[in-house]
Design a protein around this ligand. Structure first.
Ligand code: ADP
Ligand code: ZN
Length: 217
């Protein structure tokens, strides 16, 4: 059996972190932990922390670190991660990165790679405003490059697709600003540890799996 892989996906909203995370997940059989999905689920269920998180999310701000660290800490404690994990959307701030470092150290675990997915702002805004999401199963579509078979309907579960509130252009701009201020500094942190791998956000899918395989071995 291959050794476990522990990976962080880092990059601006809409850069394609999620897509790349899922390709790696399929290639290596490792679960993806997507904080955005976990938080949206909590909002939909109306749990206590979901109520708090929802407001921040609709404005494109970061949900407070205590909440997110709590959710991720609990998830990382479960037993299905012996082959490793791919963190998609975490950490997004220095306190979150510190929390993760402490967690890993306590459990004697190490990060293998931080995959930095890059894409220019203009391309991001275009991509996100064309994105349609399934509120039921989480599947993501793109009106031009990956349209659903039937307009407005999820291929996987038949639910009606939506434009996420935070994928509206004015909120996207805010998410980009937040990314730059809070998340981008983490690049330096992981650069110093020699963990960063750069991946462009606009590769076609075939080249992408090839590139990831070459990179991760
Ligand atoms: P994207 O990567 O496209 O911005 P996500 O689905 O990852 O979208 O995140 C959506 C929203 O969920 C974020 O704008 C933020 O409000 C919240 N969120 C997700 N992950 C985190 C995190 N690690 N820390 C704080 N807030 C988060
Ligand atoms: Zn669906």
């Amino acid at each position: 059996m291959r050794r476990p892989l522990r990976i962080i996906m880092l990059g601006p909203p809409g850069s394609g972190k999620g897509t790349r995370a899922h390709i790696i997940s399929e290639l290596y059989g490792i679960p993806v932990i997507t904080t955005g999905d976990m938080l949206r689920e909590a909002v939909a269920k109306g749990t206590e922390y979901g109520k708090t998180a929802g407001g921040y999310m609709s404005r494109g701000e970061l949900v407070p670190d205590e909440i997110v660290n709590g959710v991720v800490g609990e998830r990382l404690g479960r037993s299905d991660l012996e082959n490793g994990f791919i963190l998609d959307g975490f950490p997004r701030s220095t306190p979150q990165a510190e929390f993760l470092d402490d967690f890993l150290e306590e459990h004697g675990l190490k990060l293998d790679y931080v995959i930095h997915v890059t894409l220019e702002d203009e391309a991001i805004v275009k991509r996100l405003s064309n994105r349609r999401s399934c509120p039921n199963c989480g599947e993501v579509y793109h009106l031009v490059s990956k349209p659903p078979k039937k307009e407005g309907v999820c291929d996987r579960c038949g639910s009606e697709l939506i434009l996420r509130g935070d994928d509206r252009p004015e909120v996207i701009r805010n998410r980009l600003a937040v990314y730059r201020e809070k998340t981008q500094p983490l690049l330096d942190r992981y650069m110093k540890k020699g963990l960063i791998k750069e991946v462009p956000g606009d590769y076609s899918m075939d080249r992408l799996s090839e590139q990831l395989k070459r990179m991760l071995g």
